[in-house]
Design a protein around this ligand. Structure first.
Ligand SMILES: [Zn+2]
Ligand SMILES: [Zn+2]
Length: 218
């Protein structure tokens, strides 16, 4: 039996592209991938079935473990995608759209936070007062950068203005320290994930109870 090489993997990809369903029937007894895909020229393919088909003669997905295929395909220079949220062939083909969506959401949130950063840049005194008042532990989830990253994270925290309007450019805000708070990077992203931004209360309520237990907050 010959181990797969780049050419035999490309041949398997082409066979799969011709008819995904019969490909999966043939090499994986019809079982769709659970979490692992091969990404080639912008499309996703079932990783294990591709690895099985690329052998000469071909083998079946039940003959090897997933990590063998992950290692083998990575070593041949192919891109492996692990995402357990993709769960059918249709979604496999829509994966690029999902990536686009994700990228544009990232961009928009980044933009909103950047506007706020510019506001605080013009008003360093407000930042100083906010940190004096709240410290450097996230007021929503209790995360502390110093606890997590040691020296690297000591004194790091993000400052957030609770007026949703401060996402708009060019508006100057009151210097009231009561309107400013401190958040970790994750909570800060999530609070701006909706527009207008969530309130602190809404974000606290959004934390799942299992997460709260794990982090011992509230
Ligand atoms: Zn947080
Ligand atoms: Zn903010």
């Amino acid at each position: 039996m010959r181990e797969p090489n780049r050419n035999s993997v490309i041949r398997a990809i082409n066979e799969c592209a011709g008819d995904v369903e019969s490909f999966i029937n043939r090499y994986a007894s019809g079982r769709n991938p659970k979490a692992h895909y091969l990404r080639h020229e912008g499309k996703l393919y079932p990783l294990k079935a591709i690895w099985a088909a690329a052998h000469n003669p071909s083998i079946h997905t039940r003959n090897f473990k997933t990590d063998v295929a992950i290692r083998g395909l990575s070593n041949l220079g192919f891109e492996v995608i692990s995402d357990d949220k993709i769960n059918n062939i249709q979604e496999m083909h829509n994966y690029d759209d999902k990536l686009d969506e994700l990228l544009s959401a990232n961009f928009i949130e980044g933009e909103r936070i950047l506007r706020e950063v510019m506001l605080f840049k013009r008003n360093r005194e407000l930042v100083r007062r906010a940190i004096n008042k709240h410290g450097t532990t996230c007021v929503v989830c209790g995360f502390n950068f110093g606890d997590a990253y040691g020296d690297l994270g000591v004194d790091y925290i993000e400052v957030h203005h609770i007026s949703p309007l401060c996402e708009s450019d060019g508006i100057d805000f009151n210097n009231n320290v009561d309107d400013v708070t401190v958040l970790c990077a994750n909570c800060h992203r999530m609070i701006h994930h909706k527009r207008p931004a969530l309130t602190l209360e809404e974000l606290r309520n959004a934390l799942t109870s299992s997460y709260r237990r794990r982090r011992r907050v509230l």
